[in-house]
Design a protein around this ligand. Structure first.
Ligand SMILES: [Zn+2]
Length: 163
């Protein structure tokens, strides 16, 4: 299991925001020092909520970047066989993103596309999956969340010749 933590009954938006901010501080970018943190909330089983977290990795020589949101999503995907083995109902509830600049900018198109593909592949609702950014202002968190299908209403769809 690669998750950050599991909560019984509920996990508050503030707790999710704190996890995203904590991981933004761990972000690694050799060039800019810019940190991005993501916290993904997965609802499953008997009212349990498991949080996956990720941060950006852009090391000199990598040629491509690993985005915080995708690290969190892929850690969830890596755990998927455990959910299947336990025969648990699973839904993606929330993705919260924070940056070390607290610019609130990030709803990255590439990550939205990856999240959409994960929802479509596993049959998760995109309407009930809230996605957005959080800004830390003094001692409080300001969140701006939207349903994934609102942010990515017309995702790229792969069409192969044999289909
Ligand atoms: Zn991204």
């Amino acid at each position: 299991m690669r998750y950050y933590n599991t909560y019984k009954d509920e996990v508050s938006e503030e707790e999710v925001a704190k996890i995203a901010a904590r991981h933004a501080a761990e972000g690694m970018d050799s060039y800019s020092g810019y940190g991005v943190g993501a916290a993904l909330v997965v609802a499953h089983g008997d009212n349990q909520f498991t949080v996956y977290a990720g941060f950006n990795v852009n090391l000199s020589g990598m040629q491509t970047k690993i985005h915080a949101e995708q690290m969190a999503l892929m850690d969830f995907v890596a755990d998927w066989p455990h959910y299947v083995a336990d025969d648990q109902n699973v839904e993606l509830r929330m993705m919260m993103v924070n940056t070390t600049e607290d610019d609130g900018a990030l709803r990255c198109g590439h990550c939205l596309q990856v999240a959409t593909a994960v929802c479509n592949h596993f049959g998760f609702s995109r309407e009930d999956f809230l996605y957005g950014s959080v800004i830390e202002e003094e001692d409080r968190f300001k969140t701006e969340m939207y349903p994934l299908d609102y942010l990515m209403p017309e995702p790229h769809t792969e069409v192969r010749r044999d289909q």
